[in-house]
Design a protein around this ligand. Structure first.
Ligand SMILES: Nc1ncnc2c1ncn2[C@@H]1O[C@H](COP(=O)(O)OP(=O)(O)O)[C@@H](O)[C@H]1O
Ligand SMILES: CC(C)(COP(=O)(O)O)[C@@H](O)C(=O)NCCC(=O)O
Ligand SMILES: [K+]
Length: 270
């Protein structure tokens, strides 16, 4: 069995798969990484002990220090050395098409973004966009010739709200008065003002992305792959924008694009 791990800032997602490449017959799950808790990681890894793991393949956006910690944990619990994927200049697909990274320093592109793009590239022979609605909301555009045209990194739904609660004293204090969200379009208490504000920002962001892509000569029938914990929310905003702008883009929701890309990456790069 191959154990594939997507270590994000909020959660660690995994799949157990008998083979690399297209994920079939795989078992998936996740654990929380909100307040990094070493004992949780130890317990979760120990649960894979009897699964006959032959390789541990990892996408991690954590610090180098945390990666070394994980490597040591993997060695003590599973007696395995994990293999970390890295963003590269080029990815050659299963059908030998090439996708190129737009960054001058290719490794600086978040590996989760690179892997989600790989999943999109393997799924589509046309140009496409990938949005990963996790802790951060990232958007990446890849043209039909396989060229990555760059992307965005914005705060995700929960981070937008947490940053306000964390960075101001007044908002956190006022929010303590709220037992429920009150308001529809505009908040009638602090919690609702922050939450509806975050939703409006993301809705506006989605609208602008869809609009900007049309102005940039991208096809009017682009596939937009959406993954990450807030994929349903973001997909709804994208679909609304597509309707309002009378475009024909197709929104495709996929729960595990990063893990899918990870599976392709290790299949093509040993
Ligand atoms: N049970 C949950 N735990 C954590 N985040 C959740 C949960 N359900 C939905 N979310 C949303 O999903 C986002 C995290 O998505 P995820 O793809 O796991 O992120 P990351 O890859 O950054 O760890 C959070 O910012 C939050 O808005
Ligand atoms: C933008 C990210 C923090 C997203 O992380 P996530 O929301 O998946 O936890 C990650 O892709 C990252 O650390 N990127 C490095 C910077 C870059 O991609 O340019
Ligand atoms: K993300």
């Amino acid at each position: 069995m191959y154990l594939l791990l997507d270590q994000g800032n909020s959660r660690c997602k995994y799949v157990l798969t008998p083979s690399l490449g297209i994920l079939e017959d795989s078992v998936s799950g996740y654990w929380s990484n909100d307040d990094f808790e070493p004992s949780t990681w130890k317990r979760e890894l120990e649960a894979f002990k009897d699964k006959q793991i032959q390789r541990v393949c990892v996408s991690s956006v954590a610090s180098q220090e945390r990666k070394l910690w994980f490597e040591a944990l993997c060695q003590t619990t599973l007696n395995m050395t994990p293999e970390f994927a890295e963003s590269a200049e080029v990815y050659v697909s299963q059908t030998l098409r090439k996708m190129t990274n737009s960054y001058d320093s290719p490794k600086a592109l978040g590996v989760d973004r690179w892997l989600a793009m790989i999943a999109g590239f393997e799924r589509s022979s046309e140009g496409f966009v990938v949005m990963d609605a996790g802790t951060a909301l990232t958007t990446d555009w890849v043209c039909s010739d396989g060229k990555h045209r760059g992307g965005h990194i914005v705060a995700g739904h929960r981070l937008l709200q947490q940053s306000l609660l964390g960075e101001t004293g007044g908002i956190a204090w006022s929010a303590e008065h709220d037992s429920e969200l009150k308001g529809d379009l505009f908040g009638e208490n602090t919690s609702a003002a922050v939450s509806l504000g975050a939703e409006t920002m993301l809705k506006g962001y989605c609208y602008q992305v869809v609009k900007a892509l049309s102005g940039q000569g991208a096809s009017n029938e682009l596939r937009i792959y959406v993954t990450g914990g807030d994929r349903e929310l973001i997909s709804g905003y994208l679909q609304q924008a597509i309707r309002e702008l009378k475009l024909k883009h197709e929104v495709i929701i996929q729960p595990n694009l990063v893990l899918e890309g990870l599976s392709h990456w290790f299949s093509m790069n040993n």
